[in-house]
Design a binder for this molecule. Structure first.
Ligand SMILES: [Zn+2]
Length: 203
C-alpha cells in the first residue's frame, strides 16, 4: 500500500516518530496534485544538483557548470585554513555561518556517537575522513564543536582519542567550545551571541 510505504519513508527522516510520519502522510493525501508534483520534482532535483563537498563533507547546491567539488567555504581563499571546526551536521554549519563569528574551515562529521546504537552503528560517522584531513592539511587548531549533550561529549572525547597520534607528532591544538552553552544545547539552535562567547572562551 502506497500510504503505508510513504509513512515508512517518513519514519527514516531524522527526528520523525510514527505519529509525525502519519501526520505528514495525511497532510500529503490532503494536498492538491500540483503540490505533490512540485515536491516530487524538487526531491529529484536536489539529488541531481546538491552534492557533497569533498573537503568538508557539507552538502551544497552546485552551479550548472561545476568547476570544483568543493563548497564555497572550502574554496574561499579568505578563510583561515589553520582553523578547523568539527561539527556534527550541516545545520550546525549553517547556524554558525549565520552568526558570522567564525572565519575558519569546517568538517562535517555526519552526526554524533549515539548511545542507543552502541559501537556497531557508528560507521556512518566520518572519523577516518577527519583523521586523513587533519593529517593532510595540518590545521593549527581543531575546534571540537559537538553539541553539549552526552552524545556530543562522547563524540568529542572519541575524536581526541583518534587524533592523539597526529597530535603527539605535530602538536596540534585541540580545543572545545567554552561551555557558555547550557547542557543539552544543540549547536543548530544557538544564537550568534552565545556562539560568539562559546568560541571566545574555547579551551
Ligand atoms: Zn567544503
Amino acid at each position: 500500500m502506497a500510504f503505508e510505504k510513504l509513512i515508512e519513508y517518513f519514519l527514516k527522516f531524522p527526528g520523525i516518530g510514527p505519529r509525525q510520519a502519519k501526520r505528514f502522510g495525511y497532510f500529503l493525501a490532503g494536498t492538491d496534485k500540483k503540490f505533490a508534483e512540485e515536491l516530487a520534482k524538487l526531491i529529484l532535483e536536489i539529488k541531481k544538483n546538491v552534492i557533497q563537498c569533498q573537503s568538508c563533507w557539507s552538502f551544497f547546491e552546485s552551479a550548472a557548470e561545476r568547476t570544483s567539488n568543493n563548497c564555497s567555504i572550502c574554496a574561499n581563499l579568505n578563510r583561515d585554513t589553520l582553523l578547523l571546526m568539527v561539527i556534527e551536521k550541516d545545520v550546525d554549519l549553517e547556524n554558525i555561518e549565520k552568526s558570522g563569528v567564525y572565519n575558519g574551515k569546517y568538517f562535517v562529521l555526519g552526526g554524533a556517537i549515539s548511545l542507543a546504537d552502541g559501537a556497531k552503528k557508528q560507521n556512518h560517522l566520518r572519523f577516518k575522513e577527519l583523521f586523513d584531513k587533519v593529517q593532510k592539511e595540518m590545521p593549527k587548531e581543531i575546534i571540537l564543536a559537538t553539541s553539549a549533550t552526552i552524545e556530543g561529549e562522547n563524540t568529542a572525547r572519541y575524536i581526541e582519542k583518534i587524533l592523539e597520534p597526529v597530535n603527539k607528532k605535530f602538536h596540534l591544538k585541540i580545543t572545545r567550545l567554552g561551555r557558555g552553552l547550557s547542557t543539552g544545547t544543540e549547536l543548530e539552535y544557538i544564537d550568534s551571541e552565545t556562539m560568539s562567547n562559546a568560541l571566545k572562551s574555547r579551551k
